[in-house]
Design a protein around this ligand. Structure first.
Ligand code: SF4
Length: 141
C-alpha cells in the first residue's frame, strides 16, 4: 500500500478527473457529509439563516459528528433533482469540493477504480498534476 508521504505515489503522473455534473455523488447510498465551523458559518450566511435553524433543519449525525442530512431517498438535502445541482455549491464543504482527491481514495489504484465505478468523471477530462493533488490533500488537513 502506498503512503501519501512517499516521494513518488502511484499517482505521480497525475490523475484525470472532470465533473460532468451528473449528481450521482449527491444521491444514493447514505453517507456522511462533514463540515467545519467555518464552513457552517458560510453556509448559514449563504442561506441567510441562523446556525440554530441550520442545525435543526439540515443537520444530522453520522458516527458521532454533525453531518449534512439526507432525504429519505438518500439525496443530500441540498441536492436539487430538477437541475441536478447543489443549492449551496459556492459554499459547499471541503469534503464535497475535494472529491475525488481524498486520502483513502488515493491510497491505491484499486480504491481509485472503486470510486470510478461510482463517478463517471474519474479518469476523464482534465489531468490533475501530482502537485495539484497534493495541494488538494493539504486543503483537507
Ligand atoms: S458523480 Fe462524479 S461526475 Fe457525477 S456529479 Fe459527482 S463528481 Fe461529478
Amino acid at each position: 500500500m502506498n503512503s501519501l508521504a512517499e516521494l513518488s505515489p502511484w499517482w505521480s503522473e497525475g490523475l484525470r478527473f472532470s465533473c460532468i455534473g451528473c449528481g450521482r455523488c449527491c444521491r444514493g447510498e447514505p453517507g456522511a457529509i462533514y463540515f467545519t465551523e467555518g464552513e457552517e458559518e458560510k453556509i448559514c450566511d449563504h442561506l441567510k439563516i441562523s446556525k440554530e435553524r441550520f442545525r435543526a433543519e439540515y443537520v444530522t449525525h453520522r458516527w458521532g459528528d454533525p453531518s449534512i442530512g439526507e432525504k429519505a431517498n438518500g439525496e443530500c438535502l441540498f441536492y436539487d433533482p430538477a437541475t441536478a445541482r447543489c443549492a449551496i455549491y459556492q459554499v459547499r464543504p471541503t469534503q464535497c469540493r475535494t472529491w475525488p482527491f481524498w486520502e483513502d481514495i488515493l491510497e491505491s489504484p484499486d480504491q481509485w477504480a472503486w470510486a470510478s465505478r461510482r463517478c463517471p468523471g474519474i479518469d476523464e477530462g482534465r489531468l490533475w498534476t501530482e502537485s495539484e493533488i497534493r495541494s488538494i490533500l493539504e486543503d483537507q488537513l
